[in-house]
Design a protein around this ligand. Structure first.
Ligand SMILES: N[C@@H](CCC(=O)N[C@@H](CS)C(=O)NCC(=O)O)C(=O)O
Length: 277
């Protein structure tokens, strides 16, 4: 493993085409186009895409609706991140970080915008009083795992996923580094699930909803096609939990929302799922 690259004194951006997202990546933030976001009839307006971060929110919304919580009715609008929709003025207004998912709660005045998937999960769980334990110790435990996901996933996605899956050229150094970390994280979860039915204990919580789309997706070979490379079959407890959650009808529905293909592009009511699940 040798490299001839010597970093210059000051880094300058050179537009490249070396991975799937290269054309939208820039070293600057802020809007690139003027466009307002659509707003539907439901109290919650979601602007998202069915990536693992997007699925977290639609799974929770479908769980809330299955409990009969009508305040969780939502319109889900597709944000095509490959086409740069996240850089429209309307999206940047609700999420200055230009990443899906973003939610606007129109049931409060003025409407409240929330970004960062972990913050959205926490907001909805607190607003409706479910999927987050009330007991202080159990609640804190659940939040530890929620924040674990938020802190860990960039190593899995931006690290392992980028260098193993997305990067046009494969380099051993970053793949070794991030594979070691990805496997360590899978082992953390596998050990936790050896003696707990769900991530934070007895109850299914927003910690499961945050972790499942990423880590469940990786071990079931749906994210990055890396199950064999990571020897996913060795994480038996994680696979048991992955399967258990995958079977929930709410999860099946949530995963279909805001898909460009193989699901529903937009969701406005339960009728949109007809014939699919
Ligand atoms: N920490 C953020 C990460 C969100 C994120 O990375 N979203 C990706 C899709 S999964 C995105 O919108 N990428 C578009 C871009 O980077 O321009 C969260 O959990 O909400």
């Amino acid at each position: 493993m040798t490299s001839s690259y010597v970093p210059p004194r000051v880094w300058k951006w050179e537009p490249k085409n070396d991975n799937q997202f290269a054309s939208i990546n820039r070293p600057t933030a802020g809007p690139r186009t003027e466009k307002t976001l659509p707003v539907g009839q439901n109290p919650l307006q979601l602007y998202s895409l069915a990536t693992p971060n997007g699925q977290k929110i639609t799974i929770l919304l479908e769980e809330l609706l299955a409990l009969g919580i009508s305040g969780a009715e939502y319109d889900a609008w597709l944000i095509d991140i490959g086409a740069g929709d996240q850089f429209s003025s309307g999206f940047v207004e609700i999420n200055p970080n230009s990443k899906i998912p973003a939610l606007v709660d129109h049931s409060v005045q003025p409407p409240l915008a929330i970004f960062e998937s972990g913050a959205i999960l926490l907001y909805l769980a607190e607003k409706f009083g479910v999927f987050l334990p009330k007991d202080i110790a159990a609640r804190t435990h659940c939040l530890s795992w929620l924040f674990w996901q938020v802190g860990s996933a960039p190593m899995l996605g931006g690290g392992f996923g980028h260098f193993y899956h997305y990067a046009a050229e494969k380099y051993q150094y970053p793949i070794d580094r991030f594979t070691m970390e990805a496997k360590r994280q899978l082992d953390v979860l596998d050990r936790q699930l050896a003696c707990n039915e769900y991530i934070a204990g007895r109850d299914y919580t927003i910690a499961d909803m945050a972790i499942w789309p990423w880590y469940g997706g990786v071990v079931s070979n749906q994210v990055y096609g890396a199950a064999e490379f990571l020897e996913a079959s060795g994480y038996q407890n994680l696979l048991r939990w992955q399967q258990q959650i995958a079977e929930r009808p709410t999860v099946k529905r949530g995963r279909l929302v805001n898909r460009k293909e193989g699901g529903i592009k937009e969701r406005h009511s339960a009728a949109d799922f007809q014939g699919l699940v």
